[in-house]
Design a protein around this ligand. Structure first.
Ligand SMILES: [Zn+2]
Ligand SMILES: [Zn+2]
Length: 50
């Protein structure tokens, strides 16, 4: 099943999913963005992280 990476916006099936530490919203990041340590920001509360 494909999901949208929150950082690059691409559809990927190689992703990791974790809850936002701030609000618990699901964050989806693709393998590539994780590998290059692309920062994310939560779409719901705006919390940013590595
Ligand atoms: Zn990505
Ligand atoms: Zn959040």
């Amino acid at each position: 099943m494909m999901k949208n990476c929150i950082t690059c916006g691409k559809q990927t099936k190689n992703y990791s999913e974790f809850p936002c530490p701030e609000c618990g919203e699901k964050i989806v990041r693709c393998f590539h963005c994780r590998k290059i340590s692309q920062p994310y920001s939560c779409p719901s509360c705006g919390k940013a992280g590595p």
